[in-house]
Design a protein around this ligand. Sequence first.
Ligand code: BMA
Length: 315
Amino acid sequence: MTNPHSELFRRHENNPILTAAQWPYPVNSVFNPAAVLLPDGVTLLLCRVEDRRGHSHLCAARSDNGINGWKIDTEPTLMPDPKQYPEEIWGIEDPRITFLETFNKYAVVYTSFTREGPGVSLALTEDFYNFERYGLILQPEDKDAVLLPEKINGNWALIHRPVSSHHSGAHIWISYSSNLHHWGDHRLMLKARRGSWWDANKIGLSPPPIKTEKGWLVIYHGVRQNAAGSIYRLGLALFDLNRPEICIKRSDEWIFGPQEPYERRGDVDHVVFPCGYTIAPDGDTLNLYYGAADTSIALAIGSINAMMGYLMSIE
Ligand code: BMA
């Protein structure tokens, strides 16, 4: 039997590349990491770590090759601070990192688990040791947010996923700001499909958009609910460089989904959830870091050109 689908990603043979067993302090699970290639060539993963209360914090792991030899911070790197930031009462989750040249700092956008549900928080850092918190920048319920690396028509742009109380689905939105604090000019960017689609009802941005000559290449997750629960898979879409709310192309089929045992079974079965990638010096090879079944961290390798070729071949 051959699988007639062409695969855009190859799983690394060492998968899962990071698990709770490797952590220098007791934790339940490690998953959904943001990723960044530091100027010295080190891969830094800012991992979501869940403790045995069920609350998450963020912890940095560094590796020279992005595959093994991880040096994991011996204490949590960014802990929830509910005294100063009450929205962080039930933890902080699912970070995405964008380097902002204007500030010469990394922006970490993460989910704060508030009493009212998930909200969007922002912190800036130069070194992943000290963080300058901006607090809650979008109120609950909202999550799966990331900053674009540059201003669009003079304003910062934030992609995010609010939840509608009207049961019309959870869609991807984009909002703009002149100062990173106050957000407006909200636009619907990509809608969840309906019915039997793999991305029916609920979608969200996964890692930060990839800037290409033809537009912003977005890897997004779609959630299919069925009698057994939910399946989290990934699809592709391309957006206009100067007006990112305009979708140019969208894949019909998912391009990556739970398949291996470590993706199929865990604290939450059938989940692949990337929050970051690094791009190799060739400018094309994409190392996608993802949470597998809300339990461990895995790596899949793809090519930006191949993803673009696949999207552009869609009518
Ligand atoms: C989403 C997020 C992710 C998680 C996924 C599957 O809503 O909370 O952090 O990986 O659900 O549980």
